[in-house]
Design a binder for this molecule. Structure first.
Ligand SMILES: [Zn+2]
Ligand SMILES: [Zn+2]
Length: 144
């Protein structure tokens, strides 16, 4: 059983592919291709662990009151949107994501690593600013 705290603001992200807007909630399985998306996330996880990625659980604490916690960290909406972007667009295409809340540190780290591992530009506009991930770095220099 997953406990839901109604005080949490649900985090969600959008990405647009071929003129169609796809919306993802945290831990979402409402998308028609959600199985494929989660399979891809597993592959992404394995690949970026090879680049030294360790899930940063400290972000779970920082996000109190702002976003779902626990294992939802791994399935934050922007991760789903990025995974779907990798599935749904040709290699080399920049992936654009819009997020309603501030991106958490773990998603920020993951986005950097994906930009390097998959050689993709990832642009995330969160509540506060733009992040452009490229070659393992973000345009915000990790200040946000
Ligand atoms: Zn996150
Ligand atoms: Zn950034």
């Amino acid at each position: 059983m997953v406990k839901n705290d109604i005080r949490n603001i649900p985090g969600f992200s959008y990405t647009e592919i071929d003129g169609v807007v796809h919306k993802f909630l945290n831990g979402d399985n409402g998308h028609e291709r959600w199985k494929e998306i989660y399979q891809r996330l597993d592959k992404i996880g394995a690949r970026i662990k090879g680049l030294g990625y360790i899930t940063d659980v400290s972000n779970v604490l920082h996000d109190i009151g702002e976003e779902d916690k626990g294992n939802a960290l791994y399935h934050h909406s922007e991760k789903l949107a990025i995974a779907f972007g990798l599935i749904g667009t040709p290699e080399g295409t920049p992936i654009h994501v819009i997020k309603n809340l501030r991106i958490c540190g773990d998603c920020h780290t993951v986005a950097k690593l994906i930009s390097k591992a998959y050689d993709r530009v990832i642009i995330i506009r969160d509540r506060a600013r733009f992040h452009q991930f490229e070659g393992g770095e973000c345009s915000c220099q990790d200040y946000w």
